[in-house]
Design a protein around this ligand. Structure first.
Ligand code: ADP
Length: 291
């Protein structure tokens, strides 16, 4: 079983001809809300990947924005452990998407910042804890340390990019990063190979967008090509990858196979708009892998 602790945000998305410059007002067109947040996206990706149940620790306000987030997790079969923050609103993200597919995003983390060390329940029965960096870093570190003490494997998606405290890095069994995040964690601007050498984590997986992914495990380098697709919206590709990879590892598959499932899930997420709505099921991933 997988436990995810992390963020949940309601995304407010408006499409417009261009992203407003400072002081400018732009008349937008279509407006939609989407459940999002890296934590919730990855919990849903784990659940859709099948296998054992997925649980998630998240914090939500006592407001109307919380309801669609809880509903989306429940629809996917995720068991939610909700910390309610009556005085702080649910996390939100305000996203302007321009006609040339650029975006500008402002996140109001709100309730996500209320997640504290004491909120993590005992992890008996769970094999993996999946974490990201959209909640307070000291809580993420405390969760990872608690998991390590209980013999639970720690998978950390170090996104958004930031420098990691050594106490957190010391707990991580599997680190998942894109190229920019890898440079931040390794504190080095060189090649992927150079950055990988600088990290003492036992297993590091680097996602490379349309170029696929690579990993370093016990000194060995593994490569996985991308599955060719025509992307329409790359939102949640990384989250789909992390969820499918972790689910495969929790089912006892090899890292090489887990990278294949992660890549297929990431590729499929690129072919559909939105965040949680674009995350594929295991059957879809399996069909692409066996194609
Ligand atoms: P992030 O969004 O976190 O930066 P990436 O862009 O590296 O993550 O995407 C995560 C994974 O999704 C990649 O490793 C790859 O397997 C898959 N993916 C992303 N973009 C594409 C694409 N254009 N075509 C095929 N697969 C893709």
């Amino acid at each position: 079983m997988i436990f995810v602790a992390g963020s949940a945000n309601l995304d407010f998305v408006v499409r417009a001809s261009h992203i407003p410059a400072p002081g400018e007002t732009v008349l937008g067109r279509a407006f939609q809300t989407f459940p999002g947040g890296k934590g919730a996206n990855q919990a849903i990706a784990c659940a859709r990947a099948g296998g054992a149940p997925t649980h998630m620790l998240l914090a939500l306000g006592d407001d109307a924005f919380a309801q669609p987030l809880e509903a989306s997790l429940a629809d996917a079969g995720v068991v939610s452990h909700v910390v309610r923050t009556p005085d702080t609103p649910t996390g939100t993200a305000f996203i302007c998407v321009s006609d040339d597919a650029e975006n500008a995003i402002t996140v109001a983390p709100g309730a996500n910042l209320a997640l504290q060390a004491k909120h993590l329940p005992p992890l008996a029965g769970f094999s993996h804890l999946l974490l990201q960096l959209e909640t307070p870093l000291d809580s993420v570190t405390a969760y990872a340390q608690a998991a390590q003490a209980q013999g639970v494997q720690v998978v950390l998606n170090a996104a958004p990019a930031q420098l990691l405290p050594p106490a957190l890095l010391a707990t991580v069994d599997v680190l998942v990063v894109n190229e920019g995040e890898l440079a931040s964690v390794a504190q080095h601007q060189g090649s992927v190979a150079e950055c990988l050498e600088r990290l003492a984590v036992p297993c590091v997986v680097v996602t490379l967008g349309h170029r696929g992914c690579c990993a370093r495990l016990n000194g060995q380098i593994l490569l996985q090509a991308a599955f060719p697709v025509t992307p329409v919206d790359t939102t949640a590709a990384g989250d789909s990858f992390c969820g499918a990879l972790t689910a495969a590892l929790a089912q006892g598959h090899s890292l090489a196979l887990a990278m294949q499932y992660g890549s297929a899930a990431g590729a499929l997420a690129c072919t559909r708009p939105g965040a949680q709505s674009s995350i594929p099921t295991h059957a879809e991933v399996q069909a692409l892998v066996q194609n």
